[in-house]
Design a protein around this ligand. Structure first.
Ligand code: G3P
Ligand code: MG
Length: 249
């Protein structure tokens, strides 16, 4: 399991601290900050199109209203997904997964695709997202990690693309995480940082998994997690973390 290559830093929802999350601008920002990889969230529109979006509703990250699962792609693509963050980003659109993949290929980036289904769409979100990935992401490029909080999405991902590495996401790892992670066939474990201590890091690593931790925006915390054996830091501030962690002093 340890042959899987993961980067030290991954930009969260692109580079969420400096650009509107889950947009093409945010992916470009992560690249500009030096990130080789980004994480982003994928869910389906009412007409089953995979888009980059974190919330189940449109209000927080666009100028629209209502539920993503009840809104078509055409309606969503008319919305502004940048002005809420800062005026220079006005006009930014909610990207399709296909558009995000094209941009990352152009920028020579890798990614962690989080399957973030609206309720009841756990399996189909994974199925549709991975079909787009198969059609659109060149096989010769580094392959992504597919993660999810939802076991049903991970099971559907395994059926759709058994060759891809799966990531077990949890804010807090449950006591039975070893059996869950093994049963789902995951190769990476992605806990929130708050619960982590050296014993848990050691347990995940000795079980043979790559350990990717979110959302770490503090340089000192990132340094200590990497020193304790964490493989990868998922951060809103990839530039600041790279400067603090990866450059020689
Ligand atoms: O994948 C790490 C992190 O993105 C999981 O939480 O809510 O930010 O998608 P969330
Ligand atoms: Mg996410």
């Amino acid at each position: 399991m340890s042959d899987l290559a993961v980067p030290r830093l991954i930009g969260h929802r692109g580079a969420k601290a400096a650009a509107p999350e889950n947009t093409l601008a945010s992916i470009r920002q992560a690249k500009a900050e030096g990130a080789d990889w980004v994480e982003f969230d994928v869910k389906l529109t009412a007409d089953d199109q995979p888009i980059l979006m974190h919330d189940e509703t449109l209000e927080r990250t666009t100028d629209g209203r209502g539920r993503v699962a009840e809104t078509t792609l055409a309606e969503i693509q008319r919305l502004d997904a940048g002005a809420w963050f800062a005026k220079p980003f006005a006009g930014e659109r909610v990207p399709t997964l296909a558009a995000a993949l094209d941009l990352m290929a152009e920028l020579d980036m890798g990614f962690n695709l989080e399957v973030k289904p609206c309720p009841g769409r756990e399996a189909e979100t994974a199925r549709v997202a991975l079909a787009v990935l198969a059609a659109r992401w060149p096989a010769r490029r580094p392959q992504p990690i597919i993660s999810s909080f939802k076991a049903e999405s991970l099971r559907a991902s395994r059926r759709a693309a058994p060759q891809l590495a799966l990531g077990y996401l949890a804010e807090t790892l449950p006591p039975d995480w070893p059996s869950q992670v093994a049963a789902l066939g995951c190769r990476t474990v992605h806990p929130g940082y708050r619960q982590l201590d050296r014993d848990l890091i050691h347990a995940v690593k000795t079980a043979g998994y790559k350990l990717l931790v979110w959302t770490v925006n503090d340089v000192d915390l990132g340094r200590s997690l990497l020193a304790d054996g964490v493989d990868s830091i998922i951060t809103d501030r990839p530039g600041a973390l790279a400067a603090g962690l990866l450059q020689p002093a």
